[in-house]
Ligand binder design. Structure first.
Ligand code: TMP
Ligand code: ASP
Length: 234
């Protein structure tokens, strides 16, 4: 399946049509941004690492009954996916306090939570992805309530499956962000599942193995992504 016309380009990926109107190619780039594009850089081979990591994870999730847009990984930087109508809501799942939750609640990173938290954000770079709730989703017609329930159920299932998957590989899944879309009337997990949109900490040392290394200038960014790839392929 070859890439034909570029129809969309985001910060980390570009989307191309294919010969099949139902299928697209997600092309993974090396450009890295943080803080809604305010910080820019290149993470060497990031596109390849993230495509491989995400393909492995989507295969694992599909094998356990999570419906995703993933079809195949035809090359190092390309993922063949089902065409989605993206729902403009980012679903964040948190198992341990970190990042913006630590700031908002005034607790140290690493603070345990009594239960898993789901947060919803409106997907809009110019607005800085503001946090929203179910009322905003209804009032602005961002998604049907049935779709939202399916997104939440799927996000919690992904959390259970991936927490186990990572912990078996010596990694704690601290939090992560998911995006969903509609394909032939079905809600599917879309986008990518990579160290770009997950917080992954080494279980023993608590060392960060994710994009926080880039966001916070901690160094060894490529090495961390490579380590995650090595571990997810185990
Ligand atoms: P946060 O603590 O900065 O709100 O991030 C929570 C999780 O969501 C973290 O794993 C990183 C991910 N994330 C994204 O993938 N994109 C974003 O724009 C933001 C803000 C967070
Ligand atoms: N959403 C991503 C992050 O915060 C990229 C960006 O905001 O530019 O890491």
């Amino acid at each position: 399946m070859t890439r034909l016309e570029k129809i969309d380009e985001g910060k980390a990926k570009a989307l191309y049509t294919t010969g099949n109107p139902d299928q697209l190619i997600q092309y993974f780039k090396d450009e890295a941004t943080a803080f809604d594009g305010k910080k820019k850089g290149i993470i060497k081979e990031k596109g390849i690492l993230n495509n491989k990591i995400s393909s492995r994870i989507f295969r694992h999730l599909e094998g356990r009954g999570v419906k995703t847009h993933f079809i195949d990984m035809p090359s190092d930087r390309e993922m063949l996916v089902k065409k989605l109508r993206i729902i403009p809501i980012e679903v964040v799942v948190r198992n341990i306090a970190a990042g913006s939750l630590s700031k908002r609640m005034g607790v140290d990173e690493g603070t345990a939570l009594k239960e898993t938290i789901i947060e919803l954000y409106y997907k809009s770079d110019p607005l800085g992805d503001p946090m929203i709730n179910e009322y905003h989703i209804r009032a602005f017609g961002l998604a049907e309530m049935g779709e939202l329930r399916q997104m939440e159920t799927s996000a919690l299932k992904v959390d259970r499956i991936l927490s186990e998957f990572f912990v078996e590989r010596g990694i704690i899944l601290v939090d992560f962000k998911l995006e969903f879309g509609i394909h032939r009337g079905e809600v599917l997990l879309g986008d990518e599942v990579t160290p770009n949109g997950c917080r992954l900490w080494d279980r023993e040392t608590r060392e960060k193995l994710d994009k926080d290394r880039f966001r916070r200038d901690l160094g060894k960014v490529e090495e961390a992504y490579q380590e995650v790839l090595r571990k997810v392929m185990e």
